[in-house]
Write a protein that binds this ligand. Structure first.
Ligand SMILES: [Mg+2]
Length: 260
């Protein structure tokens, strides 16, 4: 799941200043972890606390997303999710936002079967993003990660995504000049997955995701999570990215690495 955090950190400076090109410095002083990283860590912490059990995961996810959400209140949440984070009685709000997909990578890295991918993904996602497109966006990303981890090749992962989740009828080159910010799962998860499908390395997947503009940190977080599962993360990139995390964030990451 650190791949998703790296994508978020790299993409953070491009969310509101799109850079429609693959050439750029991966890390810069303006980079920072945003909501994508914070919620990914919350899902990881919730999974550890729930002992990986789907029936215990929902309440743990609510608790951790609220706890970290409140600790980092200004890292880019959408309005309705912000309200959810601070609510005394948080309820799902039929969201199809790509927040469902940007935070789900720990599920893909942890699940032991496709059935578990689906159960864990639904348990995490339905606490807020219970619209069918929200549930689908999260599951598509978690499944792609699970398949990549399990040794499926790129063509097989694409085939599965196209069969069960999204028909991807474009290339990055075709959409690069026209793609616009889209916070929906259905308008950003296929694009992020295509950034992975056209990649030749972890770094290349992130560069692809940035290069089409739009919701850059989230596209790169989604592509980065899948790319981590497929290629692994080069040590130098991991080391650079880790410097952007604070102690609380690093602690969850450390615990996750020990447990997985
Ligand atoms: Mg963000």
């Amino acid at each position: 799941m650190f791949g998703a955090i790296i994508g978020d950190i790299v993409g953070s400076r491009f969310e509101f200043h799109n850079h429609r090109d693959k050439e750029f410095e991966l890390f810069a002083p303006a980079c920072q972890p945003t909501d994508d990283s914070v919620m990914t860590l919350a899902v990881a912490a919730a999974l550890m606390e729930a002992g990986w059990a789907a029936d215990a995961l929902g309440p743990c996810a609510v608790r951790w997303m609220q706890e970290l959400g409140r600790r980092y209140p200004d890292c880019g949440y959408g309005g309705r999710f912000y309200h959810w984070v601070f609510s005394d009685a948080p309820r799902p709000y039929r969201s199809w936002g790509n927040g469902a997909a940007m935070r789900i990578s720990p599920v893909g890295f942890r699940a032991r079967s496709e059935a578990e991918v689906k159960a864990l993904s639904r348990a995490v996602t339905a606490v807020s993003h219970d619209h069918p497109e929200g549930l689908k966006g999260a599951e598509a990303v978690a499944m792609a990660i699970f398949l990549a981890r399990s040794g499926a090749d790129m063509a097989a992962i694409r085939k599965r995504v196209e069969r069960d989740y999204y028909h991807i009828d474009f290339t990055l080159d075709e959409i690069r000049s026209s793609y616009r910010f889209d916070e929906s799962c259905q308008g950003s998860v296929p694009q992020a997955l295509e950034a992975f499908f056209e990649s030749v390395s972890f770094e290349d997947a992130i560069r692809n995701a940035i290069s089409i503009g739009g919701d850059s940190d989230t596209l790169a977080a989604i592509a980065g999570g899948v790319a981590e599962a497929y290629y692994g993360v080069p040590e130098d990139i991991a080391g650079e990215a880790e410097r952007y995390l604070d102690e609380v964030q690093r602690d969850i990451l450390e615990r996750w690495r020990e447990k997985t």
